[in-house]
Design a protein around this ligand. Structure first.
Ligand SMILES: *Cc1c(COP(=O)(O)O)cnc(C)c1O
Ligand SMILES: [Zn+2]
Length: 427
């Protein structure tokens, strides 16, 4: 089943040829991959996807390319995949009690090949790079995009160049970028500076840009929603709760849901709650106050994956919030880390930014926006091992200089190597 697609500007609706590299409209707006859904039979498509569930090998065993009809059209020999997706959907356990929600599930995107949902975007971004015949790819990153890009580039023989804010990304992520062989440029400045620079570099040096401004990445990330719904036998939950940084992921989620709804594959659209950190909250400010978009100058949060003041996808994000009757909430540093302690103590574990989903859900229950009886799916975006410093800092209660208390700290003990000392420690 082949579908006609083009690139379409989110701001002015101008269309562009999908076979030519382009990231922005002439008007400056970001672009969507726009599919012509009119030729698709939703019922048949759903059955096709059901038939692929559990495939052991091949492109369609990927949790992204399983849904290839709604991703984009690429020849099989150009598809770069690591069987990404196929992540678990856990009952939230302790974290559900903490949030005050009975029917709370957590979709663990930290179980992707490089430990974050970025792999769903990167299988598509690197495939697009192959289709376009690129030799080198680049991204600005708070860490996970670079880890993912370096890995996917390595698997298909592309050179990768990474722009990261110097000293500001979590150790696990930096380690991955280096390990997978990405050329790593630590720039003086924050993520937003890196993002501006990489766009200039890519257009000057003819390098293919793999940030979420790249419309093909968004197509892959849509599959998070598809997969959750398939895991729920297409029973639609009331809410999806998701962290927001550069705002590509929530844009992807809403775009995918909109497409499923148009095709009649789902009969209602869940509401989306986008959660930002208080110190990096441009979408929240704008949504709350109905004010025009204004970047946050010096964004700051322990959730480094969302420490972004000037998100490229804010227009797509707002559109998705309108489509889904969604909301935006913000959470404090303390709320993020306490929620993380609960996600971790539930035996699930995730990096700080991910736990905005739980912190935000709790807050929205407390303010009466989400009913305690609602069915809610929180998205955990990254793996617990990405940021060991944050975990250990919290549990040793050593984050006070950042204004964070170790409320649920599980401190390690240093003891002598004898039975008496063990007995004392266990008492
Ligand atoms: C990238 C990332 C985010 C933010 O996603 P956006 O698409 O930039 O909003 C959140 N959490 C983790 C772990 C990430 O890697
Ligand atoms: Zn435009």
């Amino acid at each position: 089943m082949k579908i006609e697609s083009c690139l379409e500007c989110v701001r002015c609706s101008k269309n562009y040829d999908i076979n030519k590299i382009r990231y922005l409209c002439d008007c400056g707006g970001v672009l969507d991959v726009k599919h012509d859904l009119s030729a698709i039979d939703g019922k048949k498509l759903k059955q096709t996807w059901e038939n692929r569930w559990g495939l052991k090998r091949g492109i369609e065993s990927s949790g992204v390319w399983r849904y290839k009809e709604l991703i984009f059209d690429a020849p099989d020999d150009k598809i770069v995949t690591r069987q990404e997706g196929n992540t678990r959907l856990y009952p939230a356990g302790k974290a559900g009690k903490y949030a005050g929600i009975k029917n709370f599930l957590l979709k663990h995107e930290g179980e992707n090949p490089t430990g974050s949902f970025k792999d769903r975007g990167m299988t598509c971004g690197s495939t697009a790079a192959m289709v376009f015949g690129a030799r080198c790819v680049a991204c600005a990153s708070t860490g996970n995009t670079s880890a993912s890009m370096a890995s996917y580039a390595a698997t298909c023989g592309l050179k990768s160049v990474i722009f990261i804010p110097s000293g500001k990304i979590a150790y696990g992520k930096l380690a991955q970028a280096l390990a997978y062989g990405g050329i790593t440029l630590q720039i003086e400045g924050n993520f937003d500076d890196a993002m501006t620079l990489v766009q200039e570099v890519c257009s000057e040096l003819n390098i293919y840009l793999l940030n979420s401004i790249n419309p093909f990445r968004i197509e892959g990330q849509k599959a998070i929603g598809f997969e959750i719904l398939q895991q729920l036998d297409w029973n639609v939950p009331d809410w999806f709760v998701i962290p927001g940084g550069n705002l590509g992921n929530n844009s992807a989620l809403s775009k995918g849901l909109q497409e499923l709804y148009t095709l009649g594959i789902i009969n209602k659209i869940p509401r989306i709650a986008v959660i930002q950190a208080e110190g990096a909250n441009p979408l929240y400010s704008m949504w709350k106050n109905g004010s025009p978009f204004k970047a946050v100058k010096d964004p700051d949060t322990i959730a480094t994956a969302i420490k972004i003041g000037n998100p490229v996808s804010w227009e797509k994000s707002l559109r998705g919030i309108a489509w889904t009757n969604g909301v935006v909430e913000q959470v404090t540093e303390q709320e993020i880390m306490d929620a993380k302690a609960m996600v971790d103590a539930a035996g699930i574990g995730a990096e700080p930014a991910s736990c905005c989903s739980v912190a935000g859900a709790k807050k929205l229950v407390e303010s009466g926006v989400i009913s305690p009886d609602a069915s809610v799916v929180g998205i955990l975006t990254g793996n617990v091992l990405k940021d060991p410093d944050a975990v250990i800092g919290y549990h040793k209660d050593e984050l006070r200089d950042k204004g964070i208390k170790g409320t649920f700290a599980n401190k390690p003990f240093n003891i002598k190597a004898n039975l008496a000392a063990v007995k004392e420690a266990l008492s």
